[in-house]
Design a protein around this ligand. Structure first.
Ligand code: ZN
Length: 148
């Protein structure tokens, strides 16, 4: 798989996503019951967030929202606001950065931003944890439904 496929049309870096990381490390083997996802593009969803609102990304007519003349539209702005506030990342900034600097530079920057100091894995944006190091912290979290 091309790593570019891990950037969703909205600008989400799917490799930071909890559903992607749970699949990557197969944490359900450890008693969790979380949905796994290989990434929006790899699972052929085009865009999980935007598809209800927008045929261009919903049907895959454009690869990134930044190719759209309405970029950033109100739907993307709403999503971006939620992620900027809760998860310390901005889809709109990601897409602008990719347009200006290219995808390789983007991944380099992301690795620096999200790298675990201990094991060098990429942290998860949805909980701010390095899952290989800190998965046990999620044991008591209802959202992660770990069985005993
Ligand atoms: Zn780590």
């Amino acid at each position: 798989m091309d790593k570019t496929d891990l950037i969703a049309p909205c600008g989400m870096n799917c490799s930071l996503c909890v559903a992607y990381q749970f699949m990557k490390y197969d944490f359900n083997k450890k008693g969790f019951h979380k949905r796994y996802c290989p990434g929006c593009i790899p699972r052929n969803k085009h865009c999980q967030f935007m598809a209800h609102h927008c045929d261009l990304v919903g049907k895959g007519k454009i690869r990134f929202c930044s190719e759209c003349q309405n970029f950033p539209c109100k739907y993307l702005k709403a999503l971006d606001k939620r992620y900027s506030t809760k998860y310390n990342m901005s889809m709109i900034e990601n897409l602008k950065y990719i347009s200006s600097n290219g995808i390789d530079a983007f991944f380099t920057k992301e690795e620096e931003k999200w790298k675990c100091e201990i094991c060098k894995s990429i942290k998860c944006c949805h909980n701010g944890l390095c899952l290989p190091c800190e998965i046990d912290i999620l044991s008591g979290d209802k959202k992660y439904k770990r069985s005993k």
